[in-house]
Design a binder for this molecule. Sequence first.
Ligand SMILES: NC(=O)c1ccc[n+]([C@@H]2O[C@H](COP(=O)([O-])OP(=O)(O)OC[C@H]3O[C@@H](n4cnc5c(N)ncnc54)[C@H](O)[C@@H]3O)[C@@H](O)[C@H]2O)c1
Length: 436
Amino acid sequence: MSAKEIRPAGGKLGILTPGMGAVATTFIAGVELARRGMGQPIGSLTQMGHIRLGKRTEKRSPMIKDFVPLAEMDQIVFGGWDIFEDNAYDAAVKAGVLPLAQLDGARDFLEGIHPMKAVFDQRYVKKLSGTHVKEGENWMDLAEQLRQDIRTFKEKNGCDRLVMVWCASTEIFLKKGDVHASVEALEKAMRENDDQIAPSMCYAYAAIMEGVPFANGAPNLTVDFPAIVELAKREGVPIAGKDFKTGQTLMKTILAPGFKARMIGLSGWFSTNIRGNRDGEVLDDPESFKTKEESKLSVLDSILQPELYPTLYKDLYHKVRINYYPPRGDNKEGWDNIDIFGWMGMPMQIKVDFLCRDSILAAPIVLDLALFMDMAHRAGMSGIQEWLSFYFKSPQAAEGLYPEHDLFIQLMKMKNNLRHLMGEDLITHLGTEYYD
Ligand SMILES: NC(=O)c1ccc[n+]([C@@H]2O[C@H](COP(=O)([O-])OP(=O)(O)OC[C@H]3O[C@@H](n4cnc5c(N)ncnc54)[C@H](O)[C@@H]3O)[C@@H](O)[C@H]2O)c1
Protein backbone atom coordinates (compact mmCIF):
# COMPACT_ATOMS: atom_id res chain seq x y z
CA MET A 1 0.00 0.00 0.00
CA SER A 2 1.43 3.43 -0.82
CA ALA A 3 1.39 6.34 1.59
CA LYS A 4 -0.68 9.44 0.88
CA GLU A 5 1.16 12.62 0.16
CA ILE A 6 0.96 14.86 3.22
CA ARG A 7 2.36 18.37 3.26
CA PRO A 8 4.91 18.75 6.10
CA ALA A 9 3.78 20.24 9.40
CA GLY A 10 6.36 23.08 9.49
CA GLY A 11 5.68 26.59 10.77
CA LYS A 12 3.22 27.80 13.37
CA LEU A 13 -0.22 26.26 13.81
CA GLY A 14 -2.85 28.64 15.19
CA ILE A 15 -5.67 27.00 17.17
CA LEU A 16 -8.70 29.26 17.33
CA THR A 17 -11.52 28.58 19.76
CA PRO A 18 -14.86 30.32 19.62
CA GLY A 19 -15.55 30.31 23.37
CA MET A 20 -12.79 30.77 25.93
CA GLY A 21 -14.44 29.24 28.96
CA ALA A 22 -13.65 26.16 31.04
CA VAL A 23 -12.71 23.75 28.26
CA ALA A 24 -10.73 26.18 26.10
CA THR A 25 -8.70 27.67 28.95
CA THR A 26 -8.01 24.26 30.50
CA PHE A 27 -6.75 23.13 27.12
CA ILE A 28 -4.57 26.21 26.56
CA ALA A 29 -3.16 26.19 30.10
CA GLY A 30 -2.41 22.47 29.86
CA VAL A 31 -0.53 22.76 26.57
CA GLU A 32 1.56 25.62 27.92
CA LEU A 33 2.26 23.81 31.23
CA ALA A 34 3.30 20.71 29.26
CA ARG A 35 5.58 22.83 27.07
CA ARG A 36 7.19 24.22 30.23
CA GLY A 37 7.69 20.72 31.61
CA MET A 38 5.18 21.41 34.40
CA GLY A 39 2.58 18.78 33.56
CA GLN A 40 1.77 15.85 31.31
CA PRO A 41 -0.83 15.87 28.49
CA ILE A 42 -2.65 12.87 29.95
CA GLY A 43 -5.66 11.72 27.95
CA SER A 44 -4.20 12.83 24.63
CA LEU A 45 -3.76 10.05 22.11
CA THR A 46 -1.61 12.22 19.85
CA GLN A 47 0.84 12.88 22.68
CA MET A 48 0.78 9.58 24.62
CA GLY A 49 -0.61 6.90 22.32
CA HIS A 50 1.20 4.16 20.41
CA ILE A 51 0.05 2.40 17.28
CA ARG A 52 0.86 -1.18 16.37
CA LEU A 53 2.17 -1.70 12.82
CA GLY A 54 2.49 -5.01 10.98
CA LYS A 55 2.35 -8.43 12.63
CA ARG A 56 2.45 -8.85 16.40
CA THR A 57 5.79 -10.67 15.95
CA GLU A 58 7.35 -7.55 14.41
CA LYS A 59 7.05 -5.66 17.67
CA ARG A 60 6.64 -2.31 15.90
CA SER A 61 4.56 0.07 18.01
CA PRO A 62 5.76 3.64 17.49
CA MET A 63 4.14 6.59 19.18
CA ILE A 64 1.38 8.05 17.01
CA LYS A 65 3.14 11.42 16.93
CA ASP A 66 6.29 9.76 15.57
CA PHE A 67 4.30 7.81 12.99
CA VAL A 68 2.14 10.50 11.39
CA PRO A 69 3.32 14.03 10.60
CA LEU A 70 1.55 16.08 13.28
CA ALA A 71 2.42 19.59 14.37
CA GLU A 72 4.34 19.62 17.66
CA MET A 73 2.93 21.30 20.76
CA ASP A 74 5.75 23.88 20.50
CA GLN A 75 4.40 25.08 17.16
CA ILE A 76 0.96 25.98 18.53
CA VAL A 77 -0.31 29.52 19.09
CA PHE A 78 -3.72 30.24 20.55
CA GLY A 79 -6.53 32.66 19.82
CA GLY A 80 -10.28 32.84 20.24
CA TRP A 81 -13.47 34.77 20.75
CA ASP A 82 -15.72 35.22 23.76
CA ILE A 83 -18.61 37.41 24.83
CA PHE A 84 -16.65 38.24 28.00
CA GLU A 85 -13.44 40.27 27.86
CA ASP A 86 -11.49 38.22 30.44
CA ASN A 87 -8.04 37.15 29.35
CA ALA A 88 -7.33 33.41 29.38
CA TYR A 89 -5.87 33.51 32.90
CA ASP A 90 -8.86 35.30 34.44
CA ALA A 91 -11.27 33.06 32.55
CA ALA A 92 -9.42 29.95 33.75
CA VAL A 93 -9.50 31.20 37.36
CA LYS A 94 -13.25 31.79 37.07
CA ALA A 95 -13.79 28.37 35.52
CA GLY A 96 -11.97 26.84 38.50
CA VAL A 97 -10.84 23.65 36.79
CA LEU A 98 -7.08 23.65 37.35
CA PRO A 99 -5.96 24.81 40.81
CA LEU A 100 -4.44 28.30 41.09
CA ALA A 101 -1.04 26.94 42.06
CA GLN A 102 -0.91 25.05 38.78
CA LEU A 103 -2.39 27.84 36.64
CA ASP A 104 0.15 30.30 38.02
CA GLY A 105 2.87 28.27 36.33
CA ALA A 106 1.58 29.66 33.02
CA ARG A 107 0.05 32.93 34.26
CA ASP A 108 2.20 35.31 32.17
CA PHE A 109 1.40 33.33 29.03
CA LEU A 110 -2.34 33.07 29.72
CA GLU A 111 -2.65 36.76 30.56
CA GLY A 112 -1.38 37.54 27.08
CA ILE A 113 -4.32 35.82 25.39
CA HIS A 114 -7.30 38.13 24.90
CA PRO A 115 -10.50 37.00 23.25
CA MET A 116 -11.71 38.78 20.14
CA LYS A 117 -15.26 40.16 20.08
CA ALA A 118 -17.79 37.38 19.59
CA VAL A 119 -20.65 36.84 17.21
CA PHE A 120 -23.44 36.24 19.70
CA ASP A 121 -27.19 36.53 20.05
CA GLN A 122 -28.94 35.79 23.30
CA ARG A 123 -31.87 34.19 21.49
CA TYR A 124 -29.58 31.19 20.96
CA VAL A 125 -28.09 30.94 24.47
CA LYS A 126 -30.79 32.24 26.79
CA LYS A 127 -28.82 32.10 30.02
CA LEU A 128 -25.88 34.25 28.90
CA SER A 129 -25.48 37.91 28.20
CA GLY A 130 -22.20 39.65 27.48
CA THR A 131 -20.96 42.90 26.03
CA HIS A 132 -17.85 41.81 24.13
CA VAL A 133 -19.94 41.24 21.03
CA LYS A 134 -19.70 42.36 17.40
CA GLU A 135 -22.36 44.43 15.72
CA GLY A 136 -23.35 43.80 12.15
CA GLU A 137 -26.10 44.23 9.63
CA ASN A 138 -26.77 40.53 9.20
CA TRP A 139 -25.22 37.09 9.67
CA MET A 140 -23.18 37.42 6.49
CA ASP A 141 -21.76 40.75 7.61
CA LEU A 142 -20.82 39.17 10.96
CA ALA A 143 -19.22 36.20 9.20
CA GLU A 144 -17.20 38.65 7.10
CA GLN A 145 -15.95 40.28 10.31
CA LEU A 146 -14.91 36.86 11.62
CA ARG A 147 -13.08 36.20 8.35
CA GLN A 148 -11.18 39.44 8.86
CA ASP A 149 -10.33 38.38 12.45
CA ILE A 150 -8.96 35.09 11.11
CA ARG A 151 -6.78 36.80 8.50
CA THR A 152 -5.48 39.36 11.00
CA PHE A 153 -4.70 36.66 13.57
CA LYS A 154 -2.86 34.59 11.02
CA GLU A 155 -0.75 37.48 9.86
CA LYS A 156 -0.03 38.95 13.28
CA ASN A 157 1.09 35.61 14.66
CA GLY A 158 2.98 34.50 11.58
CA CYS A 159 0.94 31.28 11.33
CA ASP A 160 1.43 28.84 8.54
CA ARG A 161 -1.97 27.23 9.15
CA LEU A 162 -5.02 27.52 11.40
CA VAL A 163 -7.70 25.20 12.78
CA MET A 164 -10.88 26.13 14.63
CA VAL A 165 -12.47 24.10 17.45
CA TRP A 166 -15.86 25.25 18.77
CA CYS A 167 -15.58 25.47 22.58
CA ALA A 168 -18.46 27.92 23.11
CA SER A 169 -21.81 27.32 24.76
CA THR A 170 -24.52 24.97 23.61
CA GLU A 171 -27.09 26.79 21.51
CA ILE A 172 -30.83 26.15 21.40
CA PHE A 173 -32.07 23.16 19.42
CA LEU A 174 -32.37 23.89 15.69
CA LYS A 175 -33.71 21.48 13.10
CA LYS A 176 -32.27 21.15 9.62
CA GLY A 177 -34.48 23.05 7.20
CA ASP A 178 -34.54 24.47 3.68
CA VAL A 179 -32.00 27.16 4.51
CA HIS A 180 -29.52 24.40 5.39
CA ALA A 181 -30.03 22.45 2.20
CA SER A 182 -27.51 24.11 -0.16
CA VAL A 183 -24.71 26.66 -0.08
CA GLU A 184 -26.85 29.04 -2.10
CA ALA A 185 -29.77 28.79 0.34
CA LEU A 186 -27.43 29.17 3.32
CA GLU A 187 -25.77 32.31 1.97
CA LYS A 188 -29.13 33.84 1.09
CA ALA A 189 -30.44 33.09 4.60
CA MET A 190 -27.31 34.63 6.13
CA ARG A 191 -27.79 37.80 4.14
CA GLU A 192 -31.49 37.90 5.08
CA ASN A 193 -30.74 37.37 8.78
CA ASP A 194 -32.87 34.23 8.95
CA ASP A 195 -33.33 32.96 12.50
CA GLN A 196 -32.56 29.39 11.40
CA ILE A 197 -28.95 30.54 11.24
CA ALA A 198 -27.11 30.47 14.58
CA PRO A 199 -23.90 32.26 15.60
CA SER A 200 -21.94 28.98 15.53
CA MET A 201 -22.78 28.66 11.81
CA CYS A 202 -21.20 32.06 11.15
CA TYR A 203 -17.94 30.87 12.72
CA ALA A 204 -18.06 27.64 10.72
CA TYR A 205 -18.82 29.48 7.49
CA ALA A 206 -16.01 31.99 8.12
CA ALA A 207 -13.53 29.21 8.95
CA ILE A 208 -14.31 27.17 5.86
CA MET A 209 -14.20 30.20 3.57
CA GLU A 210 -10.76 30.99 4.99
CA GLY A 211 -9.57 27.41 4.43
CA VAL A 212 -9.55 26.61 8.15
CA PRO A 213 -10.65 23.12 9.32
CA PHE A 214 -13.54 23.26 11.81
CA ALA A 215 -14.39 20.82 14.62
CA ASN A 216 -17.55 21.23 16.69
CA GLY A 217 -17.24 20.45 20.41
CA ALA A 218 -20.88 21.23 21.25
CA PRO A 219 -24.07 19.44 20.16
CA ASN A 220 -25.19 22.42 18.01
CA LEU A 221 -26.17 21.89 14.39
CA THR A 222 -23.22 24.15 13.29
CA VAL A 223 -21.58 22.00 10.58
CA ASP A 224 -23.98 19.06 10.58
CA PHE A 225 -26.10 19.94 7.55
CA PRO A 226 -25.79 19.55 3.78
CA ALA A 227 -24.95 23.19 2.90
CA ILE A 228 -21.88 23.27 5.13
CA VAL A 229 -20.77 19.80 4.03
CA GLU A 230 -21.06 20.97 0.42
CA LEU A 231 -19.11 24.15 1.22
CA ALA A 232 -16.36 22.20 3.02
CA LYS A 233 -15.99 19.84 0.04
CA ARG A 234 -15.95 22.76 -2.38
CA GLU A 235 -13.29 24.63 -0.39
CA GLY A 236 -11.28 21.47 0.36
CA VAL A 237 -11.61 21.86 4.14
CA PRO A 238 -12.13 19.10 6.76
CA ILE A 239 -15.02 19.39 9.21
CA ALA A 240 -15.98 17.19 12.17
CA GLY A 241 -18.49 17.03 15.01
CA LYS A 242 -20.20 16.96 17.25
CA ASP A 243 -20.12 17.28 21.04
CA PHE A 244 -16.90 16.20 22.80
CA LYS A 245 -17.25 12.69 24.20
CA THR A 246 -16.51 13.07 27.92
CA GLY A 247 -18.08 12.22 31.25
CA GLN A 248 -21.19 10.08 31.38
CA THR A 249 -21.41 9.49 27.65
CA LEU A 250 -17.80 8.34 27.56
CA MET A 251 -18.70 5.80 30.27
CA LYS A 252 -21.76 4.73 28.27
CA THR A 253 -19.73 4.07 25.16
CA ILE A 254 -17.25 2.06 27.23
CA LEU A 255 -19.88 -0.04 29.07
CA ALA A 256 -22.63 -0.55 26.47
CA PRO A 257 -20.42 -2.30 23.86
CA GLY A 258 -19.36 -4.71 26.64
CA PHE A 259 -22.95 -5.62 27.50
CA LYS A 260 -23.77 -6.11 23.86
CA ALA A 261 -20.64 -8.17 23.21
CA ARG A 262 -21.79 -10.61 25.94
CA MET A 263 -25.46 -10.53 24.83
CA ILE A 264 -26.58 -9.10 28.15
CA GLY A 265 -29.99 -7.43 28.06
CA LEU A 266 -30.81 -3.91 29.21
CA SER A 267 -34.19 -2.80 30.52
CA GLY A 268 -33.27 0.65 31.80
CA TRP A 269 -30.49 3.19 31.93
CA PHE A 270 -31.02 6.27 34.04
CA SER A 271 -28.29 8.90 33.97
CA THR A 272 -28.39 12.00 36.07
CA ASN A 273 -25.74 14.47 37.04
CA ILE A 274 -25.12 17.65 38.99
CA ARG A 275 -22.78 20.34 37.78
CA GLY A 276 -22.24 23.94 38.76
CA ASN A 277 -20.21 25.47 35.98
CA ARG A 278 -21.31 27.94 33.29
CA ASP A 279 -22.03 25.06 30.93
CA GLY A 280 -24.40 23.67 33.58
CA GLU A 281 -26.11 27.04 33.84
CA VAL A 282 -26.54 27.25 30.06
CA LEU A 283 -27.98 23.73 30.01
CA ASP A 284 -30.46 24.71 32.71
CA ASP A 285 -32.40 26.34 29.88
CA PRO A 286 -34.73 23.69 28.40
CA GLU A 287 -33.96 24.71 24.81
CA SER A 288 -30.18 24.33 25.20
CA PHE A 289 -30.78 21.11 27.20
CA LYS A 290 -32.82 19.69 24.34
CA THR A 291 -29.81 20.06 22.01
CA LYS A 292 -27.66 18.20 24.55
CA GLU A 293 -30.32 15.58 25.28
CA GLU A 294 -30.66 14.62 21.61
CA SER A 295 -26.90 14.18 21.45
CA LYS A 296 -26.74 12.03 24.60
CA LEU A 297 -29.77 9.85 23.86
CA SER A 298 -28.75 8.68 20.40
CA VAL A 299 -25.69 6.86 21.73
CA LEU A 300 -27.30 3.73 23.19
CA ASP A 301 -29.63 3.07 20.28
CA SER A 302 -26.76 3.07 17.82
CA ILE A 303 -24.56 0.83 19.93
CA LEU A 304 -27.22 -1.68 20.94
CA GLN A 305 -29.08 -1.97 17.62
CA PRO A 306 -32.48 -2.91 19.13
CA GLU A 307 -33.83 -3.68 15.65
CA LEU A 308 -31.34 -6.56 15.43
CA TYR A 309 -31.65 -7.58 19.11
CA PRO A 310 -35.28 -6.95 20.10
CA THR A 311 -35.22 -9.49 22.96
CA LEU A 312 -32.32 -7.71 24.60
CA TYR A 313 -32.85 -4.02 23.87
CA LYS A 314 -36.27 -3.27 22.41
CA ASP A 315 -37.81 -2.19 25.70
CA LEU A 316 -34.86 -0.23 27.06
CA TYR A 317 -35.97 2.87 28.99
CA HIS A 318 -33.27 5.49 28.63
CA LYS A 319 -33.42 8.76 30.53
CA VAL A 320 -30.84 11.54 30.82
CA ARG A 321 -31.03 14.42 33.30
CA ILE A 322 -28.68 17.35 33.93
CA ASN A 323 -29.12 19.45 37.04
CA TYR A 324 -27.48 22.82 37.61
CA TYR A 325 -26.05 22.81 41.13
CA PRO A 326 -23.62 25.72 41.70
CA PRO A 327 -21.72 24.41 44.77
CA ARG A 328 -19.99 21.78 42.66
CA GLY A 329 -18.48 24.17 40.12
CA ASP A 330 -16.76 22.24 37.35
CA ASN A 331 -16.56 19.10 39.50
CA LYS A 332 -19.53 17.22 38.23
CA GLU A 333 -21.00 14.10 39.81
CA GLY A 334 -22.77 11.72 37.50
CA TRP A 335 -24.86 8.75 38.58
CA ASP A 336 -25.90 5.93 36.32
CA ASN A 337 -28.36 3.28 37.34
CA ILE A 338 -28.24 0.47 34.83
CA ASP A 339 -30.85 -2.29 34.90
CA ILE A 340 -29.53 -5.30 33.05
CA PHE A 341 -30.78 -8.88 32.69
CA GLY A 342 -29.05 -12.18 32.01
CA TRP A 343 -29.65 -15.92 31.64
CA MET A 344 -33.36 -16.77 31.93
CA GLY A 345 -34.14 -13.05 32.16
CA MET A 346 -32.77 -12.66 35.68
CA PRO A 347 -32.46 -8.94 36.54
CA MET A 348 -29.27 -7.37 37.87
CA GLN A 349 -28.21 -3.77 38.55
CA ILE A 350 -25.08 -1.74 38.10
CA LYS A 351 -24.51 1.65 39.75
CA VAL A 352 -21.84 4.02 38.55
CA ASP A 353 -20.93 7.13 40.50
CA PHE A 354 -18.49 9.14 38.46
CA LEU A 355 -16.81 12.07 40.25
CA CYS A 356 -15.78 13.62 37.02
CA ARG A 357 -14.00 16.76 35.87
CA ASP A 358 -15.44 17.32 32.43
CA SER A 359 -12.96 19.91 31.22
CA ILE A 360 -10.05 17.68 32.26
CA LEU A 361 -11.47 15.02 29.91
CA ALA A 362 -12.30 17.54 27.17
CA ALA A 363 -8.96 19.42 27.01
CA PRO A 364 -6.96 16.55 25.44
CA ILE A 365 -9.76 16.07 22.91
CA VAL A 366 -9.37 19.67 21.76
CA LEU A 367 -5.63 19.13 21.29
CA ASP A 368 -6.02 15.84 19.40
CA LEU A 369 -8.77 17.17 17.17
CA ALA A 370 -6.80 20.28 16.29
CA LEU A 371 -3.68 18.27 15.40
CA PHE A 372 -5.53 15.56 13.44
CA MET A 373 -7.72 18.07 11.57
CA ASP A 374 -4.62 20.02 10.59
CA MET A 375 -2.96 16.84 9.36
CA ALA A 376 -6.09 15.81 7.44
CA HIS A 377 -6.06 19.18 5.70
CA ARG A 378 -2.40 18.77 4.75
CA ALA A 379 -3.25 15.31 3.42
CA GLY A 380 -5.84 16.82 1.08
CA MET A 381 -8.84 15.41 2.98
CA SER A 382 -12.02 17.46 3.06
CA GLY A 383 -15.65 17.31 4.21
CA ILE A 384 -16.77 15.11 7.13
CA GLN A 385 -13.90 13.36 8.93
CA GLU A 386 -15.79 10.34 10.19
CA TRP A 387 -12.55 8.66 11.31
CA LEU A 388 -12.50 11.17 14.21
CA SER A 389 -15.83 9.83 15.61
CA PHE A 390 -13.77 8.57 18.57
CA TYR A 391 -13.89 12.08 20.04
CA PHE A 392 -17.60 12.84 19.67
CA LYS A 393 -20.88 12.02 21.40
CA SER A 394 -22.84 12.41 18.14
CA PRO A 395 -20.39 11.59 15.39
CA GLN A 396 -21.19 13.29 12.12
CA ALA A 397 -21.53 10.84 9.27
CA ALA A 398 -22.53 10.97 5.62
CA GLU A 399 -26.22 11.62 4.89
CA GLY A 400 -28.20 8.40 5.36
CA LEU A 401 -25.37 6.58 7.19
CA TYR A 402 -25.79 5.72 10.85
CA PRO A 403 -22.86 6.88 13.01
CA GLU A 404 -20.52 4.45 14.76
CA HIS A 405 -20.71 5.02 18.54
CA ASP A 406 -18.75 2.08 19.96
CA LEU A 407 -15.55 3.59 21.40
CA PHE A 408 -13.46 0.53 20.56
CA ILE A 409 -14.63 0.31 16.95
CA GLN A 410 -14.02 4.06 16.70
CA LEU A 411 -10.46 3.61 17.97
CA MET A 412 -9.78 0.79 15.53
CA LYS A 413 -11.23 2.86 12.72
CA MET A 414 -9.08 5.85 13.61
CA LYS A 415 -5.88 3.78 13.84
CA ASN A 416 -6.61 2.03 10.55
CA ASN A 417 -7.13 5.42 8.95
CA LEU A 418 -3.70 6.48 10.18
CA ARG A 419 -2.14 3.23 8.87
CA HIS A 420 -3.90 3.77 5.55
CA LEU A 421 -2.60 7.35 5.31
CA MET A 422 0.95 6.18 5.91
CA GLY A 423 0.79 3.20 3.54
CA GLU A 424 0.93 0.52 6.28
CA ASP A 425 -1.16 -2.68 6.19
CA LEU A 426 -4.53 -2.37 7.92
CA ILE A 427 -4.93 -4.53 11.00
CA THR A 428 -7.90 -6.87 10.76
CA HIS A 429 -7.16 -8.91 13.93
CA LEU A 430 -7.70 -12.08 11.88
CA GLY A 431 -4.45 -13.54 13.23
CA THR A 432 -4.49 -16.80 11.22
CA GLU A 433 -0.95 -16.15 9.95
CA TYR A 434 0.47 -16.99 13.38
CA TYR A 435 -1.00 -20.54 13.19
CA ASP A 436 -0.64 -21.52 9.49
N1 LIG B 1 -16.66 20.02 29.39
C1 LIG B 1 -16.92 18.96 28.66
O1 LIG B 1 -16.51 17.87 28.94
C2 LIG B 1 -17.77 19.08 27.44
C3 LIG B 1 -18.14 17.91 26.80
C4 LIG B 1 -18.91 17.98 25.65
C5 LIG B 1 -19.26 19.22 25.16
N2 LIG B 1 -18.90 20.34 25.82
C6 LIG B 1 -19.36 21.59 25.26
O2 LIG B 1 -18.24 22.45 25.08
C7 LIG B 1 -18.68 23.77 25.23
C8 LIG B 1 -17.76 24.49 26.20
O3 LIG B 1 -17.90 23.96 27.49
P1 LIG B 1 -17.33 24.75 28.74
O4 LIG B 1 -17.45 23.88 29.92
O5 LIG B 1 -16.02 25.34 28.40
O6 LIG B 1 -18.41 25.94 28.86
P2 LIG B 1 -18.16 27.40 29.41
O7 LIG B 1 -19.52 27.96 29.64
O8 LIG B 1 -17.18 27.44 30.51
O9 LIG B 1 -17.47 28.15 28.16
C9 LIG B 1 -18.15 28.50 27.03
C10 LIG B 1 -17.76 29.92 26.68
O10 LIG B 1 -18.32 30.25 25.42
C11 LIG B 1 -18.69 31.61 25.46
N3 LIG B 1 -19.63 31.84 24.38
C12 LIG B 1 -20.95 31.52 24.30
N4 LIG B 1 -21.44 31.82 23.10
C13 LIG B 1 -20.40 32.32 22.36
C14 LIG B 1 -20.27 32.79 21.05
N5 LIG B 1 -21.32 32.80 20.23
N6 LIG B 1 -19.06 33.19 20.64
C15 LIG B 1 -17.98 33.17 21.46
N7 LIG B 1 -18.05 32.75 22.73
C16 LIG B 1 -19.25 32.34 23.18
C17 LIG B 1 -19.22 31.81 26.85
O11 LIG B 1 -19.15 33.16 27.20
C18 LIG B 1 -18.25 30.96 27.67
O12 LIG B 1 -17.15 31.69 28.15
C19 LIG B 1 -20.15 23.72 25.67
O13 LIG B 1 -20.97 23.86 24.56
C20 LIG B 1 -20.27 22.34 26.21
O14 LIG B 1 -21.59 21.84 26.12
C21 LIG B 1 -18.16 20.30 26.95
